[in-house]
Structure formats: structure tokens, C-alpha cells
Design a protein around this ligand. Structure first.
Ligand code: BGC
Length: 259
């Protein structure tokens, strides 16, 4: 049975938007379960993905859902005090953009929160997904165009870690271990996973996590490659799949996180 807004009290609903390189996805989240209320909607990311064009797409998403409350949004960027400070895989025009002010204006002045995409996914997986009931230190890594990261200790997120840019063999780790590298170089799972193992071993030597959660589109095929990894720490596939960013963004605005 599909949940509708009528089934969930207003204070348990929030709206999340996940801004990615190819799609901008949104939906209403039931905060009591971490599930979406109704459908997830995806609009192709405008090209070029300038701040103004993305903000207009975000406004279009809220109109389609007839949502006029607060909105949480993700960006594939370091976000501090609402300002995007990096743009590794998106339009460089985002660097220095006050994303919180931009989105708030595009959404008629309402309250918004903007956070890093992997931080949002980490929050969502920790509370509702693969990290539920796990204590200690959890590191979520999203394998996609780049590698996003979130580190959470006993429920507390340390925002804006950029582990995908950790140096590995003289280059950013995401340049060898991102899922996009496997596609571009036509690597088999056996050929790609050694790069991921190397990255995870470096991470665990430095942080000693209790669990790694592997997210991003490639986590849907986790059974094909996670068993091939040879690092020490347990690795599990994310369970919220393509809704984690939306759910985490909604959580951020509902919890009034600092961003
Ligand atoms: C960016 C991160 C982002 C990740 C996933 C990286 O290239 O630097 O901020 O979280 O890609 O989108």
C-alpha cells in the first residue's frame, strides 16, 4: 500500500532534493520511517548546470508536489554555512555561490538547508538503512562519477569530508576507484575492485571504522563486487539506494542542521 501525505502527520514530513550531475531528484519523506511518501520524481539536470538553472529545477520539483514547506537540498560540493566551496563534478560556477540564499529565493523565501550529497546519504543510511543499530564509527562511501564520503560516530556526522580526493598512487582516489572509472575503462569487477580495496585499506589504516557502507548506483550490484574486496573492515551495500540523498536532505532541514 502506498503511503500518502494523509497517513503521515505534518511534523513527520519533509521535502528533500538531491542534485546530481544527470538528474535532480525530489520527494516527500516520512521522517518516522525514512520512506518516501508517494513517488520520487527526477528531472534531467539542466546543461550547463548553472546555479540559476538548478535552482529553477528545484522550484519546479516543489511545484509538481505542491509542496510549500521547508526544503533540504544536496550538492556534490563542500558546503559551509550554505555556501558551496568546491565543484569537483559540477559546473564551476557553483564555487562561492551562496546556495542557501539562492535556493531560498527561488523557493519564495522559505527555509532551506543545503548539504553535501554524500553527507546526506550517510545520515539517511545511518538512521534508516545499512547503518541502523550500528554503534561506533561508520564510513559511507558513494561510488559514482566521483567518490563521496560521510563519517558518522555514534550518530554524529562530521560534515564535508572529501575522502574521494585522498591521494592514492599520486592521484585523487576517485580517479581510480570511482564507479565511473570502471565504466570508462571497461573494467571487469575483478579488475576494478583491487583499486577499491587499496582505497579502503588506506581509509581503515587512518580511521579504523567499525563499518563501511558502499553507496552510489553501483551498490545495487554490491553482491557482484563487495565479496571480492580484501580489506579488513566489514563492507555492506547501502539499502536506501536512490532515495538516500533525498531522505538525508529532508532530515537536515527537519532537524535544523547548521547548514
Ligand atoms: C566531490 C564530493 C561529492 C562526491 C560525490 C566528489 O568529487 O568532491 O563533494 O560528495 O564527488 O558526488
Amino acid at each position: 500500500m502506498t503511503t500518502t501525505t494523509a497517513d503521515v502527520p505534518a511534523d513527520q514530513r519533509a521535502f528533500g532534493i538531491d542534485v546530481g550531475g544527470t538528474g535532480i531528484k525530489g520527494g516527500i519523506v516520512d521522517l518516522s520511517t525514512g520512506a518516501l511518501i508517494g513517488e520520487r520524481l527526477k528531472i534531467a539536470t539542466p546543461q550547463p548546470a548553472t546555479p540559476a538553472a538548478v535552482a529553477e529545477t528545484a522550484a519546479e520539483l516543489t511545484r509538481r508536489f505542491e509542496w510549500d514547506g521547508p526544503v533540504g537540498l544536496t550538492l556534490p560540493s563542500v558546503v559551509k554555512d550554505g555556501v558551496a566551496l568546491t565543484a569537483a563534478n559540477i559546473d564551476k560556477a557553483w564555487i562561492g555561490t551562496d546556495a542557501r540564499a539562492l535556493f531560498s529565493e527561488a523557493l519564495g523565501g522559505r527555509a532551506v538547508r543545503v548539504l553535501n550529497d554524500a553527507d546526506a546519504a550517510g545520515l539517511a543510511e545511518y538512521h534508516y538503512g545499512a547503518g541502523k543499530d550500528v554503534s561506533g564509527l561508520v564510513i559511507l562511501l558513494t561510488f559514482g562519477t566521483g567518490i563521496g564520503s560521510a563519517i558518522i560516530h555514534d550518530g554524529v556526522l562530521l560534515p564535508n569530508t572529501e575522502f574521494g580526493h585522498m591521494e592514492l598512487d599520486g592521484d585523487d582516489a576517485e580517479h581510480s576507484a570511482a564507479a565511473s572509472v570502471r565504466d570508462e575503462r571497461h573494467l571487469s569487477w575483478d579488475e576494478w575492485t583491487p583499486y577499491v580495496s587499496r582505497f579502503l585499506r588506506k581509509m581503515e589504516d587512518l580511521f579504523w571504522p567499525d563499518l563501511f557502507i558502499a553507496g552510489g548506483g553501483v551498490s545495487r550490484k554490491g553482491h557482484k563486487w563487495i565479496p571480492l574486496l580484501d580489506n579488513r573492515t566489514n563492507v555492506v551495500a547501502a539499502t536506501l539506494k536512490n532515495t538516500a540523498g533525498i531522505v538525508g536532505a529532508a532530515m537536515a532541514v527537519a532537524a535544523d542542521l547548521p547548514n
